[in-house]
Design a protein around this ligand. Structure first.
Ligand SMILES: *Cc1c(COP(=O)(O)O)cnc(C)c1O
Length: 261
């Protein structure tokens, strides 16, 4: 390993430890086990060496906002991962999973499918119908989360709060989609209390789906919380947090829009 690569891995290791501690502390406060929360490393602005570093450190789940980089990176790092596994490196995860966490354009879906472990941003019936058909042809059953616009910002993607349960009912009837829960984002740069309110609203929708037995036992994931508000997500029941800048440092800070609009 080069000195430069070693420095990158050392920094990632520190960041990863800090994020895992944040998750553990929030879990303790919520009376939950830390294993009940999956960390998805958001690599949208990460350098390839950083992704290799995270894989070497045992990170298994990765998130991207756009279809094309996701497909490319999944293919590229599958080879790296396979080599590490073949060399007997016990630190790497058994399997890498790529999550789509940005809005999916229907014309980009096909290239994405072979690489995708979970689509977290299912937000319309039309997209669901097309994906169901595509997955049928590809012989794949795709794990999905319905993205809810729980912060109720007009420009935000996601299905409206009042329409989420109905969309979930419809998706649950599609044979090639495996509905597994709900995803949402809080508004950018808001205080934790405000983020928690958004997440509580999303958790309520999730509970309503469970209560109505939509998707049965599969309905078990709540994807809520990022660098700015992962504690709020966990306190409201998140089983998945999506973290970019806290792991990847300054190179990723362009995503954090701290300034109020
Ligand atoms: C970028 C992004 C994240 C990660 O954000 P950070 O603030 O860098 O942790 C999580 N979820 C979505 C949907 C994103 O676009």
């Amino acid at each position: 390993m080069s000195t430069e690569m070693r420095d990158i891995v050392l920094e990632l290791e520190t960041n990863l430890k800090r994020v895992r501690e944040r998750i553990a502390t929030a879990c303790r406060e919520a009376g939950r086990r830390p294993e009940s929360v999956t960390l998805v490393a958001v690599t949208k602005n990460a350098a390839p060496e950083q992704i290799r570093g995270l894989i070497s450190l045992g990170v298994s789940d990765f998130g991207e906002n756009y279809a094309q980089p996701l497909a490319q990176r999944a293919a590229q790092f599958a080879e790296f991962h396979a080599r590490r596994v073949a060399s007997g490196d016990a630190a790497v995860a058994k399997e890498l999973r790529w999550h789509m966490i940005g809005h999916l354009q229907r014309n980009k879906a096909k290239q994405l499918l072979p690489h995708l472990a979970m689509l977290q941003t299912l937000d319309s019936l039309r997209l669901a119908e097309e994906l169901d058909e595509m997955c049928g042809k590809a012989g794949k059953r795709l794990p999905c989360l319905v993205q809810v616009n729980a912060s109720e910002e007009p420009q935000k993607s996601g299905v409206a709060v009042g329409a989420a349960v109905h969309l979930a009912e419809q998706v649950a009837t599609m044979p090639n989609l495996r509905l597994m829960g709900v995803m949402c984002m809080a508004a950018e740069g808001v205080p934790q209390a405000e983020a928690r309110k958004t997440f509580a609203r999303c958790a309520e929708i999730f509970e309503e789906m469970r209560h109505s037995r939509i998707a049965g036992e599969d309905m078990r994931h709540l994807s809520m919380g990022m660098t700015q508000d992962l504690e709020a997500g966990i306190l409201e029941g998140a089983t998945i947090v999506r973290v970019g800048s806290a792991l990847l440092g300054s190179g990723n800070e362009g995503n954090l829009n701290d300034a109020p609009e």
